[in-house]
Design a protein around this ligand. Structure first.
Ligand code: SF4
Ligand code: SF4
Ligand code: SF4
Ligand code: FES
Length: 580
């Protein structure tokens, strides 16, 4: 242990602890901006500077370890002045028009500048105008060079966590900026659109393409029937930036809120998560029994970030993806056929909007393969953050709205569908139904709980009806790359692999609300989803009564000709990089 003094307080911490962490343990907060624990510890911003007795220069607290007998002052006049000047210098290279910034109220730079009482900009503003500023505005990910503070978090997250290295430092000196690596434009890169760089950006340097105005326009169009679906993981997070407790932010309040926004029909992507299990589970059993999984497993296909990753990094494995469309896309194709018939409306009038925890879903909905004779399955995708902005724009207060049920029939779902939003959830839901299909009996709903996991890899083999089923669950693309390399080297063999691009799955998705405290929230959100599963009256996808009705009235059976046409896709029908 090392003993030191911080602001007059004696602190004991293990050797190797940084000054910042030591101070945190003593409940002393040192302002910081670029630091991201274990991911970005490069001391780029120098906002965390403290004064250490005996040291001539100021010391960055985020990357300097404590030393025995060290005496640290976090708020001495020198420390205050240094911090203030460093923030003022950052502001001099930053577009400070907070009124038009998507991160206003949720921005670490804004908070620090306000906290320090910086009311004026003493240095001449020098924005990186004239650089490669013409961003491809149609791409679902938007980089604002003038908001970027060059903290390097996105570079490191994409590199260390997602193993894609899309970002890099470009230019030199005062023209230094962060840009797409290899002198490419973003649409020509292998970006998976996981959005993890957005959720780890401390300012408005990165955001999703804003589609809220298109949504408002559709809601105001009398010729459109607006149908909205809400993804599983959104229910665990949407209340965070609206001041709602997780238990208050119910789907019934969500339904009331979406109706107040003007949506004609409010449905649940969980309905088609259950449908996905029927299709993907049947496909898996077919591949397993026909010997199609001897060398390579079947991979889940519901995460478009993962599909983009596979197609750009390992295109030779594309056939191993389940052909099932994602629940989002299945929803659209069912809404424009079966639902249109039931409602007695022209399919072309239906405008299908998705609320997703995800940026990649925007790109997925625009693929040429995600359409039928009635047009695109899904017309518009909004992230959870965009939904929150729309709620704010209309000055709605969901806490004051009554709880209302979702519309029928596509609002009906099971607990198995809810857990799609957490890593391991798709696998667990699929195993519940696969077990039923193989044995004719429902397993204990928690029989496959071992596949639940945080980020990283989980491997479990289950014996179902005498058949060993080798399963793996992985989230985060860096972890996924390691798994595929082990598969390729023949070190591991699986039958069924669930992959989610975002660490922790969609609960930690790139379209989810951003924590200004840099908390990783996939854990608590995932817990909420598992709680909803436990409380659900039905916990098996094959028991969803409206999914059963859909098969009886319209599709026939899983993998029927109509199911194949509407619910499955050709992953080879488009290529990466994807020209959006
Ligand atoms: S885009 Fe955001 S995360 Fe990336 S360097 Fe700029 S400020 Fe940092
Ligand atoms: S969206 Fe994901 S893959 Fe694309 S640049 Fe950001 S972190 Fe990298
Ligand atoms: S894990 Fe979920 S949020 Fe992340 S890219 Fe995949 S589908 Fe989107
Ligand atoms: S937080 Fe320490 S240098 Fe940026």
């Amino acid at each position: 242990m090392v003993t030191l003094t911080i602001d007059g307080q004696t602190v004991q911490v293990p050797e190797g602890t940084t000054i910042l962490e030591a101070a945190r343990q003593a409940n002393i907060r040192i302002p910081h901006l670029c630091y991201l624990k274990e991911i970005n510890e490069i001391a780029a911003c120098r906002v965390c500077c403290v004064e250490v007795e005996g040291e001539r220069a100021m010391v960055t607290a985020c990357n300097n370890p404590v030393l025995e007998g060290m005496v640290v002052h976090t708020n001495s006049p020198r420390a205050r002045t240094t911090r203030r000047v460093n923030v003022e210098l950052i502001l001099s290279q930053h577009d400070c028009r907070c009124a038009t910034c998507v991160r206003s109220g949720n921005c670490q730079l804004q908070t620090i500048a306000n906290d320090l009482g910086i009311l004026d900009l003493p240095y001449q503003t020098q924005l990186p105008l004239g650089l490669r500023g013409a961003w491809t505005t149609t791409f679902p990910l938007f980089h604002d060079y003038n908001k970027c503070i060059k903290c390097m978090r996105c570079v490191q997250v994409c590199d260390k966590v997602q193993s894609l290295s899309i970002w890099d430092v470009a230019s030199t000196g005062s023209r230094t900026t962060i840009d797409v690596s290899g002198n490419r434009v973003i649409k020509d890169s292998d970006c998976a659109l996981c959005g993890q760089c957005i959720t780890h950006c401390p300012v408005g340097g990165l955001r999703e393409r804003d589609d809220t105005q298109r949504a408002f326009a559709a809601l105001a169009d009398p010729n459109k029937i607006t149908v909205v679906q809400v993804a599983p993981a959104v229910r665990a997070s949407w209340g965070e930036s609206l001041g709602l407790k997780r238990e208050e932010a119910t789907m019934e309040r969500m339904a009331a809120t979406l109706r107040r926004l003007g949506f004609d029909y409010v449905y649940d992507t969980n309905f088609t998560a259950d449908l996905t299990i029927m299709e993907e589970g049947s496909e898996f059993l077919h591949r397993l029994k026909s010997g199609g999984l001897v060398r390579w497993p079947m991979f889940t296909s519901c995460c478009p970030g993962w599909v983009r990753f596979l197609k750009s990094q390992y295109p030779e494995l594309t056939n191993q993806l389940s052909t099932a469309k994602s629940p989002q896309q299945m929803f659209g194709s069912v809404a424009k056929t079966w639902l249109a018939q039931k409602l007695g409306v022209e399919p072309e009038k239906i405008f299908c909007v998705s609320i997703m925890p995800c940026v990649a879903k925007k790109a997925e909905s625009e693929l040429p393969t995600m359409a039928t004779e009635h047009g695109p399955d899904v017309d518009l995708v909004l992230t959870t953050r965009e939904l929150v902005r729309m709620i704010r724009a209309d000055k709605l207060n969901p806490a004051l709205l009554p709880e209302e049920p979702m519309d029928s029939p596509m609002g009906t779902h099971t607990g198995a569908a809810v857990i799609f939003g957490a890593t391991g959830g798709v696998m667990e839901a699929a195993l519940r139904t696969a077990s039923f299909l193989l044995t004719g009996e429902n397993p204990d709903p928690d029989a496959f709980r071992d596949v639940r996991t945080g980020p990283g890899l989980r491997e479990v083999t289950y014996e179902i009806a005498g058949i060993p089923v080798r399963c793996a669950v992985v989230s985060g693309l860096g972890n996924t790359r390691k798994l595929i390399q082990r598969l390729k080297a023949g070190k591991v063999h699986y039958d069924f692999v669930e992959v989610m691009a975002c660490p922790g799955g969609c609960a930690g998705g790139g379209g989810q609300p951003i924590s200004v405290e840099d908390e990783e929230l996939y854990g608590v959100r995932g817990e909420r989803l598992y709680q909803l599963d436990r409380e659900a009256p039905i916990r098996y996808s094959h028991e969803n009564p409206q999914v059963q009705a859909l098969y009886q009235e319209f599709l026939g059976a899983p993998l029927s000709e109509r199911s194949e046409h509407l619910l499955h896709t050709d992953h080879k029908g488009w290529s990466m990089p994807n020209q959006l």
